[in-house]
Design a protein around this ligand. Structure first.
Ligand SMILES: Nc1ncnc2c1ncn2[C@@H]1O[C@H](COP(=O)(O)OP(=O)(O)O)[C@@H](O)[C@H]1O
Ligand SMILES: [Mg+2]
Length: 253
């Protein structure tokens, strides 16, 4: 399968208050087209920085990122980023929130509304079009934030611990929905989390990062067919968990 994202010896150093913080060091990896690619790593190792670089929100200190073989030059609508806390505007209802990004992009009103309704349905928020953010649960806000990203119809979804702040049951539900949307839309997903179980359940392949400065410590192929309901309970699953846990533990010590 062809590569969608290629990262070559990516390094990032932040300069703050006369101090240098080396966050990524010659990190290389490749994400295949249509792949669900998971990234785990110790807290503070540089996962968000890596996503920001791929989103084009930060510039590499060294190395390069290629999308479809072309060197990345900045932000673009081909990549959609979903943050840990889906940020909605409190004074706008759900449809208006989802239309907001498209307004900035200059999409005309009718098309905007069509896309907003289409993706609201896809994320399971039909019937909440007129609701305001304060009326929604954390899980619903994450769904809405996902719908907003999807309206740009990006090829690539960059997801930064998107389910970290919802309860366990909601989290499982959201994982299911995300997999369904991924299968329908055939997007390439780069999903970052510090939850080992989440990343095994979701991913085709998982990159385990070292502690800061982050490099790729290992890449595991998760060989399990989908749906993975049984797999979650299996011995294979706990074997993957142990392998990843050992890799991370050797980094934290
Ligand atoms: N804009 C910035 N300026 C200075 N340091 C930063 C900046 N962004 C992140 N860092 C530092 O980089 C390190 C990695 O941060 P981050 O990428 O958020 O890690 P993670 O997402 O893996 O927890 C942290 O030590 C953080 O303080
Ligand atoms: Mg982070």
């Amino acid at each position: 399968m062809k590569n969608k994202i290629r990262i070559e010896k990516l390094s990032k150093i932040f300069h703050t208050h006369g101090r240098e913080i080396e966050v990524l060091k010659e990190l290389s990896l490749e994400v295949r087209e249509g792949e669900f690619f998971g990234v785990v790593g110790p807290t503070g190792c540089g996962k968000t920085t890596l996503l920001n670089l791929i989103a084009g929100l930060e510039e590499p200190s060294e190395g390069a990122i290629f999308i479809d073989g072309e060197e990345l030059k900045g932000p673009g609508f081909d990549r959609g980023m979903l943050f840990q806390e889906g940020a909605l505007l409190p004074w706008r209802n759900l449809v208006k929130n989802i239309e907001f990004g498209m307004e900035i992009k200059g999409i005309e009103k009718k098309k905007r509304n069509e896309l907003a309704i289409k993706y609201l349905k896809m994320v399971g928020l039909e019937g909440f079009e007129e609701s305001y953010p304060y009326q929604l649960s954390g899980g619903m806000i994450q769904r809405a934030a996902l719908a907003r990203v999807l309206t740009f119809e990006p090829d690539i979804l960059l997801m930064d611990e998107p389910f970290a702040s919802v309860d366990a049951l909601t989290r499982e539900k959201l994982q299911e929905e995300l997999l369904r949307i991924w299968q329908v839309t055939k997007k390439t997903i780069l999903f970052v989390t510090h939850s080992i179980d989440e990343i095994i359940y979701l991913s085709d392949r998982v990159a385990v990062l070292t502690s800061r400065p982050a490099r790729v410590k290992d890449i595991l192929e998760i060989n399990a067919s989908r749906p993975r309901t049984e797999f979650r309970m299996s011995k294979e699953f706990s074997d993957y968990r142990n392998r990843i846990w050992k890799l991370l533990k050797s980094e934290i010590q």
